[in-house]
Design a binder for this molecule. Structure first.
Ligand SMILES: [Zn+2]
Length: 437
């Protein structure tokens, strides 16, 4: 049975979705005002693997990840570039989608944009005010955290601790320093009419409302980066508890952060490495391998040496697979059945809270066996097993073996056999150029 570490309980739990075979999953997506950096790529890769694995186990997964296209940073950048917010966010949404695909991830089933849900957000905020969970001030609307029990339940902080960390607020009308903004009155940049005057919704409300509107029930998995636990996820939970009187999600999954060269990536220190730059220099699947070969809850200290190391490892994987594929093609062996013990071992490891680093250990063992395997039918089974697993991880190398290459390979073998070394060398060079030597 699949076991998942639930941030809410801080325990590994048996995974039992609300409806037997159906899984509703929501992952917080990007704020689209710039190209994604390496840290953003981690949830994009990991939750894609989660969806693929759940589908492999037979679940019908509905995977939703939002696009935050209303935000102060968007307004600032659009203003600086002298373009509309929509032009800016359409461009970066497209770039995000391209990057997701380049990283070997499928797109989520739905990518709702915050701007498409503003009417519902206004309705939702209005309801929160009417039921006493939110209140209006001259600057907008705040959520009243005292209106829900258990505020701090996810990040495991109590009210006293939470209040200690709060800086002196400029808004004297706030009842409690922890109350958070769900509507900001403003006429600057993109804004919408509301009963409280023109303005825009807060980020925490965007996700809570999209969840409510799309799923209308407690979802199974809510995911995101670990830096979103507080305040974002805590505030999503508080609004859902107040508005819908149920929890937002049964399982909370958080991926660890990615540090570049030991220092936490931050714009202020200017060491952000963008995915688009990385992908110009390295193979996307090698980067994906680096990402998933670290347990998802652990931080990654990204260095260029590490990237080089994983590029080499990925080359090794590719070489073994291509060699086996060539052997099987030359012998006309059907590749269709998997090796059941390998698949069983894979499932057992993945079921332990997606222990992908241990899956990779298994893969390396199977590749070693493949290099030694004399029985081509067993080789075919091992090949198909590795392919099945790497497809779920999203790192199966892409290659096609053309008939022409096969003919060339046979000629090379023949030339060697006949000790025609000059011809053999020529053919070898050509095969090497095609990547089959
Ligand atoms: Zn969110």
């Amino acid at each position: 049975m699949l076991k998942i570490y639930n941030t809410m309980s801080q325990n590994i739990e048996n995974f039992k979705p609300h409806n037997k075979n159906k899984v509703n999953m929501y992952v917080c997506g990007p704020t689209v005002y710039g190209d994604i950096h390496l840290g953003n790529a981690r949830p994009v890769i990991f939750f894609d693997v989660v969806k693929r694995y759940l589908s492999f186990l037979g679940y019908d997964v509905r995977f939703v990840s939002n696009i935050t296209d209303i935000d102060d940073k968007i307004i600032e950048k659009a203003k600086a570039l002298k373009i509309s917010e929509k032009e800016l966010t359409d461009d970066y949404t497209k770039r995000f989608i391209d990057m997701t695909l380049s990283l070997g991830s499928y797109l989520p089933d739905e990518l709702p944009k915050a701007t498409e849900f503003v009417d519902y957000m206004i309705e939702y905020i209005d309801q929160l005010i009417k039921q006493g969970s939110a209140y209006q001030t001259s600057s907008g609307v705040y959520f009243r955290v005292d209106s829900v029990n258990d505020y701090g339940i996810l990040s495991k902080q109590n009210m006293d601790e939470l209040n200690e960390g709060v800086r002196v607020d400029l808004d004297q009308e706030k009842e409690n320093p922890r109350d958070f903004s769900i509507w900001k009155n403003t006429t600057e940049g993109l804004n919408y009419d509301s009963p409280w005057g023109p303005g825009r919704p807060g980020w925490h409300t965007e996700c809570a409302v999209m969840n409510h509107k799309i799923f209308s029930t407690e979802i199974d998995i809510h995911g995101g980066g670990s830096d979103l636990k507080f305040p974002h996820h805590e505030n999503e939970i508080a609004q859902t508890m107040a508005h819908d009187h149920h929890h937002l999600a049964k399982y909370w999954m958080h991926v660890g952060r990615l540090n570049v060269d030991e220092v936490k990536m931050s714009k202020s220190i200017g060491n952000i490495t963008l995915v688009k730059d990385l992908l110009e220099a390295y193979e996307p699947y090698a980067f994906r391998l680096l990402m998933i070969n670290h347990h998802y809850r652990q931080p990654i200290n990204y260095t260029h040496d590490l990237m080089i190391q994983f590029s080499k490892e990925y080359d090794k994987i590719k070489r073994t697979l291509k060699k086996a594929f060539l052997t099987l093609s030359l012998e006309n062996i059907d590749i269709k059945d998997t090796d059941q013990p390998t698949i069983d071992a894979f499932i057992e490891i993945m079921n332990q809270d997606f222990n992908i680093p241990n899956v990779m250990t298994l893969i390396y063992e199977v590749l070693k066996q493949m290099n030694k395997e004399k029985d081509n039918h067993q080789l075919a089974k091992l090949y198909q097993s590795v392919k099945t697993i790497l497809d779920i991880l999203g790192i199966m190398p892409l290659y096609t073996l053309e008939d022409e290459t096969l003919v060339m390979y046979r000629k090379w073998e023949e030339a060697r056999h006949q000790k025609n070394f000059q011809l053999a060398d020529q053919l070898r060079d050509q095969l090497s150029k095609r990547g089959w030597m």
